[in-house]
Write a protein that binds this ligand. Structure first.
Ligand SMILES: Nc1ncnc2c1ncn2[C@@H]1O[C@H](COP(=O)(O)OP(=O)(O)O)[C@@H](O)[C@H]1O
Ligand SMILES: [Mg+2]
Length: 466
């Protein structure tokens, strides 16, 4: 079993070194942090298995740090240390997702017992996850990067509402991380052991969407060959993430309202109500209030969805996050599995900071990923940065310093890649997981590429034999 990593956080250096020594002797890899800010930074860097933290920390206190730790790395366990008798803080800590707490002054046996206990529970939760087939989504949960005030506000709200089970509406431009926030809400909630089911309302035509969400009885419409459970039923005891909610038809909106009011659904073609215990998280890049004014969205539904509103800031409004995001994506998209993360020239980073990123973090991630490939494991310079190229049809922005051959190279690589992906999608009959496996890449990467090359509907249904 891999060595477990622990971050010990206390303002007092002597306590840190005491704990460090103890835990190292027990075979753990141990890091230290002296302030709340340092804790959050280190968790973002290394996502340790466990943080042991005093509630009273300089700069930002332990409770605040805890909610940021949870937002940044849902899988990291937290063990809180409190002074004897300060149970209020302990209760709040548990409520925010701490695994356990120990009171100071502590004895070392109690600490090592609690640590083992946390790890046992983590391993158990992971096993249960595997059994449920949920492990892939757990592992795939990405941490949210960015320390700008706007993102800190987002973490604050996540920390506050994740546990509550309240309906959440996430708005913001495309690519700002709405889906990541939805994941974070789920994995920081009491429902984390249950399923997180995602459905995009833009992906399917109206009748199919309704059947997909609510399920259907055999023969309820052409093509409904068998009875089928819908996504709401699959999400029972968990969270359903309804993406692009603005695309939902008025008829389906009415049915969704019913789910919110009565916590029950009816399958298409049936009038038997089925109870569902779900938390609903929605996202949109549209102005729902405007759509209400145009009678394209029900205002009573908006009212119910909008219990908690998280507004994702556009990347251009928080450019100070760009360096950390770039670093994160350089590590995520290594040139090869064993390669070190690529380095980037100052000039290139400056250009990334100057650009306005209409496609937000998604566009930045695509740019970094492509640059890593083009730089072939070498330092990334501004030559590898494809501002405004193929995606929106403009010519390469590099102009002078971009030799024609290189631009040709880029286009050929892209074309080659696109062809490969199309072939895999055809061979897999449209099954993206299978296609990703055939290509030997992560599903997430395949999804990004599918978006990048506009292959969302590929292969056309007639070709895909399911
Ligand atoms: N703050 C962030 N930190 C790390 N990755 C991010 C962040 N925001 C977005 N991403 C990445 O950018 C891509 C788009 O994010 P996503 O949540 O799908 O955006 P949206 O749903 O708002 O369109 C994903 O690959 C996601 O992992
Ligand atoms: Mg999205």
């Amino acid at each position: 079993m891999a060595q477990k990593s622990i971050l010990v956080a206390d303002a007092d250096a002597s306590i840190r070194s005491l704990l460090k020594q103890l835990l190292q002797e027990e075979g753990y890899a141990v890091g230290e942090a002296a302030t709340g800010v340092e804790v959050v930074d280190k968790v973002k860097e290394n996502a340790p298995d466990l943080v042991i933290m005093d509630v009273r920390m300089p700069e930002i206190d332990g409770i605040e740090a805890l909610s940021r730790v949870k937002a940044a790395s849902p899988r990291t366990g937290v063990l809180i240390m409190t002074a004897f008798g300060s149970s209020n803080a302990a209760i709040r800590a548990m409520d925010l997702g701490a695994f356990d707490y120990v009171t100071k002054p502590f004895d070392l046996d109690k600490i090592s017992y609690s640590v083992r206990n946390v790890f046992e529970r983590q391993d158990l939760a992971r096993e249960v996850g595997t059994l449920r087939g949920e492990i892939s989504s757990l592992v795939q949960t990405e941490r949210i990067v960015g320390n700008s005030p706007a993102m800190q506000e987002v973490y604050r709200i996540i920390g506050k509402v994740a546990k509550s089970g309240a309906t959440v509406l996430i708005t913001g431009e495309s690519g700002t991380g709405k889906e990541l926030v939805a994941e974070s809400l789920h994995y920081n909630s009491g429902r984390r052991a249950g399923p997180l089911v995602k459905a995009s309302c833009a992906a399917l035509p109206e009748t199919l969407l309704e059947a997909e969400l609510f399920g259907h009885e055999k023969g309820s419409f052409t093509g409904a060959l068998a009875q089928r459970r819908g996504r709401f039923e699959s999400a029972d005891k968990g969270t359903i993430f309804l993406d692009e909610i603005a695309e939902m038809s008025l008829q389906t909106q009415t049915k969704l309202l019913r789910v919110l009011q009565d916590h029950e659904i009816e399958r298409v073609g049936s009038s038997i109500p089925i109870k569902v215990d779900i938390r609903i998280v929605c996202a949109t890049n549209k102005e729902l209030q405007k759509m209400v004014e145009q009678s394209r969205f029900r205002d009573d539904l908006l009212y119910r969805l909008n219990v908690i509103h998280i507004k994702m800031p556009a990347l251009r409004e928080r450019k100070e996050d760009i360096p950390a995001l770039v670093e994160h994506f350089l590590a995520k998209h290594r040139y090869s599995a064993t390669a070190q993360p690529a380095a980037i020239s100052e000039e290139a980073l400056r250009r990334l900071m100057e650009y306005d990123w209409p496609g937000n973090v998604r566009e930045l991630e695509n740019a970094v990923e492509r640059a890593v490939t083009l730089a072939r494991g070498e330092v990334i310079t501004s030559r590898e940065l494809p501002f405004g190229d193929h995606e929106d049809g403009h010519e390469d922005g590099e102009g002078d310093d971009m030799p024609a051959a290189r631009s040709l190279f880029k286009k050929s690589v892209a074309q080659f890649e696109k062809d490969l992906i199309m072939k895999a999608l055809r061979d897999a009959a449209g099954n993206r997981s299978k296609a990703a496996e055939m290509l030997g890449i992560y599903r997430r990467l395949l999804y990004a590429k599918i978006r990048e090359y506009g292959l969302e509907g590929y292969p056309p249904k007639a070709q895909a034999v399911r």
